[in-house]
Design a binder for this molecule. Structure first.
Ligand code: NAD
Ligand code: TDX
Length: 360
């Protein structure tokens, strides 16, 4: 069976969950800029991870922001039902589901919050989409597949990348809660006739990412003249993709993805954490090796890598193929937007510093 539609869907109404967070808000901005006929309702619980500035000043005729949880079944049912207006094409409405607790380190401290939002919240949304006949695009992560051995290590799997056929093997509560959500979406497709697509993407970077995450933590630290902090040895590898490339791939799936299919999104961006920190130090005119090793994350996944051929088959290709240039532009964004990150960095560092020890 083909994994691309011959005739694209024509979507004009979206419910975007988690649209005040990092990837969701970039999705809203990009959609407004590139899809003049699309109107959006954002549903976001405005947790610590959301920043109201992310959606400030947008065209109120095209974006409505509703504060609430994806676990609130009555609210979700109403918002999904309101997407379908009489006279509009069948298939003109869709839900794009970004809302999640997204940070692995927090899952170590408060696992049930992850189960509630990521797992239960996805089931609530899927049920509402079934009742109202609305398509659901579920945003997931490459972490559901577990991790791979380092390239060149000679271990079985060390030259592999994740594909749509890779078995699920999550190792953290975050990735297990996302894996359960993916399974629930597939169960609603099979047992309840839900129209849904799923995408599993690798690590995103770009503007508006919370300073608790690796790259913004190092960038905002360097802007405050602090030394970068690497978990453990720093040999762990992530497959970096610019957030706009991720969101363009999501639109390719909304346009041409086949209901029931899963697409893996990545941009051939494998880099060790050590390489990233060295590159950042150089961008700040510092000695590449001026960083500290700190307490490692328990259960820390070693390597992620995505084979993006499923989404490439929809005609998508990444535009940010020069990681150094994308990183430099991201540094500029944080330099120009100190007011956006200052408070959330302070809050995140209080938690980090209470737990971490410098190893060398
Ligand atoms: P984020 O933490 O920056 O944003 C998450 C948003 O969801 C926040 O605005 C938050 O307020 C909202 N939210 C949390 N709980 C909610 C609830 N119960 N109801 C409604 N809204 C709620 O996360 P992000 O990095 O933008 O990730 C977005 C999605 O993309 C997540 O599903 C994540 O699993 C997935 N993903 C992220 C990455 C990455 O590198 N960041 C990579 C692959 C997939
Ligand atoms: O200070 C740090 N030092 C460090 O070495 C921090 C905060 C992280 N790290 C390491 C841990 C990881 O190997 O950097 C790597 C990236 O860490 P995170 O930014 O926490 O991301 P990760 O755990 O890889 O998960 C991210 O990508 C997949 C997102 O947070 C998830 O939501 C997404 O699903």
């Amino acid at each position: 069976m083909s994994i691309a539609l011959d005739r694209p869907r024509r979507i004009t109404r979206l419910l975007v969950t988690g649209g005040a967070g990092f990837i969701g808000s970039n999705f809203v901005h990009r959609t407004l800029a590139t899809r003049p006929d699309v109107r959006i309702t954002v549903l976001d619980a405005m947790t610590y991870a959301a920043n109201p500035a992310n959606l400030a000043g947008l065209d109120a005729a095209r974006v409505e922001v509703v504060e609430g949880s994806v676990c609130d079944a009555a609210l979700v049912d109403r918002l999904v039902g309101e997407l379908k207006s009489p006279g509009e094409d069948e298939g003109a409405a869709a839900v794009v589901h970004f809302a999640a607790e997204s940070h692995n380190d927090n899952a170590l401290r408060d696992p049930l919050r992850f189960v509630r939002t990521n797992t239960e919240g996805t089931a609530v949304l899927a049920g509402a989409c079934v009742r109202h006949g609305v398509h659901l695009h579920h945003i997931s992560t490459d972490e559901v597949f577990g991790d791979l051995p380092l390239r060149g290590s000679g271990q079985p799997g060390s030259e592999d990348r994740f594909t749509v056929a890779t078995p699920y093997n999550p190792s953290s509560v975050y990735s297990a809660s996302k894996a359960s959500a993916d399974h629930l979406v597939r169960a609603f497709v099979r047992s309840h006739g839900l129209s849904a697509t799923i995408s599993n993407c690798s690590n995103n970077y770009g503007p508006r990412q919370h300073p608790e995450k690796f790259l913004p933590r190092q960038i905002t630290g360097l802007l405050d003249e602090e030394t970068p902090r690497l978990y453990g040895t720093g040999e762990n590898v992530r497959d970096w993709i610019h957030v706009d490339d991720h969101n363009d791939a999501v639109w390719a799936i909304l346009d041409r993805g086949v209901a029931g299919e899963t697409y893996l999104i990545g941009a051939d961006g494998e880099r060790s954490n050590l390489e990233c920190v060295r590159a950042l130090n150089l961008l700040f005119g510092r000695d590449a090796d001026d960083f500290v090793h700190v307490t490692d994350r328990p259960g820390h996944d070693l390597r992620y890598a995505i084979d993006p051929s499923s989404v490439a088959a929809l005609g998508w290709t990444p535009r940010y193929t020069d990681f150094a240039a994308g990183l430099a532009a991201t540094v500029d964004w944080y330099r120009d937007n100190r007011a956006w990150w200052e408070t959330s960095r302070k809050d995140a560092e209080l938690i980090y510093r209470a737990a971490e020890k410098i190893l060398d």
